[in-house]
Structure formats: structure tokens, C-alpha cells
Design a protein around this ligand. Structure first.
Ligand code: FAD
Length: 386
């Protein structure tokens, strides 16, 4: 059930990567996976998990040691993201990746030492939960259409508006928040560090989802919330560009978890096919089944290689817009295809809640939507490639 030596033959990884993989895998196996059913049923995993992740130095892998991070490169993030799928809880993995790779890298990149001390260090230490607040009821793919305003009044911004589909939203201590400080369009967008204890902030409701049940997803509202001007991240009016740059990392870890999750469920399904009997032989005895399994294995490997090529570009500091959009598009679609075929190969059992592939099927559906849909990836590729 738990992947072991799969990554040994890739030249990118050495002994230190193996150590990180083992650390994450052991944590998943001992502390997380045994609770999978319970936390899904409870619709929330314990807050303590963030602290456990921090104790293992997983929330700041690429952050400098001076901020409590490990100061390592993207290849270690690859190990973390790939091995987290062994917890069998895509919702938990997503929540941790929001903390470590979606809501906080931008604070490191454009924040000042006060932002680092107040928000980034506590997030890396697992003491504060982070959320990323971009999507609104009337603006998702079209980020430049957000309506939540932050109007300057003296030394404060006054924030009004609403966000939706916010991961970690019911219990976040702060939100890296997209706001409108200027006029219409992308030039009017800024990023603000928003503390959720600000007066006028409320969680409107916790949303029920198709999958990723153990993570919380919230609709939130801001009514005349006052936030000091120093909470502005970077320059006023440049938020749209920061968000787009930040999306790069978010999409890459999303693609990596899609492929790793697909591999894991394919491994589970391959084992199932060796034991499930039909017409006097196991499913592996049918050529059509064997061909399906190797076809899916091939597509997963292609997705993985695309991700690794992209990580290589990122590590070398080269532009990777094209490759990141391809990763998100291709790996998301492959992940969904694999999940669908694995349900089918499990027959009726694949439709049962007690069977993990049914959960993966539901959870995987998010990958082609969250963090930029497949259609938006094709839009980006149209601009970059044609
Ligand atoms: C479980 C979950 C967790 C999430 N977590 C967060 C979070 O933490 N923070 C956050 O800010 N957001 C979060 N999101 C929001 C997510 O990023 C958005 O749902 C996503 O970007 C799509 O936006 P939308 O839902 O408004 O869809 P829409 O933009 O309304 O799109 C609807 C459909 O129209 C298509 N479409 C839109 N524009 C075009 C176009 N130009 N050409 C062709 N087709 C187009 C889309 O591809 C899609 O199929 C989360 C979403 C989910 C479901």
C-alpha cells in the first residue's frame, strides 16, 4: 500500500532525498493514514497535524533557516508532495500544501522582516494556520475581476467584501488576501496580510464538498475590517502579478500530488487485480486488464517526467510558465483518468465508501478545477505557445 523504492532510480534524488521521503512516509503510515476514515467522517483533521508537520520541518522546506525553514530546493518539495499521498487524505495534503506552498511563499518573496516575523515564521513553526484568499462568489478564473475592497483611511486599510472556496478558511489565523485598492482591472489589485482576529471578519459558512472531506473550505466575509497599512505585501497595484507568480508553485505541487496520487491508487489497483477472481482466474489473467494497467502506468510516467523537467527549470531559475501550465493540465487530466479506471477495475467495490479508490475518485476531481482550471491552463498555453 505504501510506495517504497519507486523513486530510487531517478537521478535527481540521492540519500538525503530518501531520508526526507522516509520521514514523510513513516509519519503518514503511523499517524495519519490510520485516522483517514475518522477524519473524513468528522469533516476535519485535527489542528495538531500542522504542528506535527512543523516538527518534521515540512512547512518551510525551501524557506531560509533564519526563518525556521530548511533552506533546501524544489527537489525536496517534490519528495514531500509525492510522499504525502501515502496519508490517503488528499484534503489533508491540500491543507498542508496551502500552508507551505500556496499562501506563504509570496510572503517570503516580497514581504519585509515584519511580515516574516509576524506571519511567515509562525506558519513555518505550525503555530499559525495560513489561507490564501483570492476566489470570490463572482470572480474565480477571472482574478482581475475581484471586488473585495481595501480602502485607505489614515494608517489603515478598511476591507469590505467576501471570498469563497477558501481552504483552511474556518480556522486560519491569517489570510494572504487579494484585495482591490485601486480601480477596475488587474492594475487595481493588491495583496494584504489579513489577521482573522480583525473586527468585522466572519466565517459565513463551512462548505460541504464532493471530496477532500477532511479539509475545511469556507465562505468568509469582511465588514469594515481595519488592517494597518504595513500589512500591505509588496507594492500597491501589483498584486495581480504577485498572484500569477505565486500560482506557479501552487500549480506545480498540485500536478505532483495528482501524479503521485494516481500512482498510489494504480499500485493499489494492481494488487487488487492480482487477487480478485472472475471466470476462474484473477483479473490479471485478462489481457485487456493488463493492457489498461500498463497504459495508465505509461501516462503517469509521462506526467511525472513533465513535472521533473519543470522542476529542473525552476531550480535552474529558468522561465517555466509553459511547462507549469502543461503540468497542471496534463497531470490533472491523467489523475482523473487513472482514478476513473481504478474505480472501474474494482467493480462494485470501487463504488463503496469503504474502498479507498472511491475516495480518490472524488478527491481527484478537484485537480482540474482548483488553482486554475484545465480550460485556463489551455488559455495560458494558447498565449505562450501559439
Ligand atoms: C475544494 C476547493 C478548494 C479551493 N481552495 C481555494 C483557496 O484556498 N483559495 C482560493 O482563492 N480559491 C480556492 N478555490 C477556488 C478555485 O481556485 C476556483 O474554483 C477555480 O479557480 C475556478 O474558479 P471558479 O470556481 O469561479 O470557476 P469559473 O471561473 O466560474 O469557471 C467556470 C467554468 O468556466 C470555465 N471558464 C472560465 N473562464 C474561461 C475561459 N476564458 N475560457 C474557457 N473556459 C472558461 C472554467 O474553466 C470552468 O470550467 C478552491 C476551490 C475548490 C473547489
Amino acid at each position: 500500500m505504501f510506495s517504497t523504492d519507486r523513486y530510487r532510480n531517478y537521478p535527481q534524488f540521492g540519500e538525503e532525498h530518501d531520508q526526507l521521503r522516509k520521514l514523510v512516509r513513516d509519519w503518514c503510515r503511523k499517524d495519519l493514514h490510520p485516522n483517514a476514515h475518522a477524519w473524513e467522517a468528522e469533516r476535519l483533521f485535527p489542528r495538531e497535524v500542522f504542528r506535527q508537520a512543523a516538527q518534521r520541518n515540512l512547512l518551510g522546506i525551501r524557506m531560509p533557516e533564519s526563518l525556521g525553514g530548511l533552506g533546501l530546493d524544489w527537489w525536496y518539495t517534490v519528495c514531500y508532495a509525492e510522499e504525502m499521498v501515502n496519508c490517503g487524505l488528499a484534503g489533508l495534503t491540500m491543507a498542508l500544501l496551502v500552508q507551505s506552498d500556496m499562501a506563504t511563499p509570496v510572503i517570503h518573496e516580497i514581504g519585509d522582516s515584519w511580515h516574516h516575523d509576524t506571519y511567515l515564521k509562525p506558519a513555518i513553526a505550525g503555530q499559525a494556520i495560513a489561507a490564501l484568499g483570492i476566489t470570490e462568489p463572482d470572480a474565480g478564473s477571472d482574478v482581475a475581476a475581484i471586488k473585495t475592497t481595501a480602502r485607505r483611511q489614515g494608517d489603515d486599510y478598511v476591507v469590505n467584501g467576501a471570498k469563497t472556496f477558501i481552504t483552511n478558511g474556518t480556522r486560519a489565523d491569517f489570510i494572504t488576501l487579494a484585495v482591490r485598492t485601486g480601480g477596475a482591472g488587474h492594475e487595481g489589485v493588491s495583496l494584504l496580510m489579513f489577521p482573522t482576529d480583525a473586527k468585522g471578519f466572519r466565517v459565513t459558512r463551512k462548505l460541504e464538498k464532493m471530496g477532500n472531506h477532511c479539509s475545511d473550505t469556507a465562505e468568509i466575509a469582511f465588514e469594515d475590517c481595519r488592517v494597518p497599512v504595513r500589512n500591505l505585501l509588496g507594492n500597491e497595484g501589483e498584486g495581480f502579478y504577485y498572484i500569477m507568480a505565486n500560482f506557479g508553485g501552487e500549480r506545480l505541487v498540485g500536478a505532483l500530488t495528482a501524479i503521485a496520487g494516481a500512482q498510489r491508487i494504480l499500485d493499489v489497483t494492481t494488487e487488487w487485480c492480482k487477487t480478485r477472481m472472475a471466470f476462474g482466474k484473477n483479473l490479471m489473467g485478462f489481457q485487456t486488464v493488463r493492457h489498461q494497467l500498463v497504459q495508465l502506468e505509461t501516462e503517469i510516467e509521462a506526467g511525472r517526467q513533465l513535472c521533473y523537467r519543470t522542476v529542473d527549470l525552476v531550480v535552474r531559475g529558468d522561465a517555466a510558465w509553459r511547462e507549469i501550465a502543461m503540468c497542471k493540465l496534463y497531470c490533472g487530466e491523467v489523475g482523473n483518468k487513472v482514478a476513473d479506471r481504478c474505480v472501474q477495475l474494482h467493480g462494485g467495490m470501487g463504488y463503496m465508501d469503504e474502498c479507498e479508490v472511491s475516495r480518490v475518485f472524488r478527491d481527484m476531481r478537484l485537480i482540474t478545477i482548483g488553482g486554475g482550471t484545465s480550460e485556463i491552463m489551455r488559455e495560458i498555453l494558447t498565449k505562450v505557445c501559439l
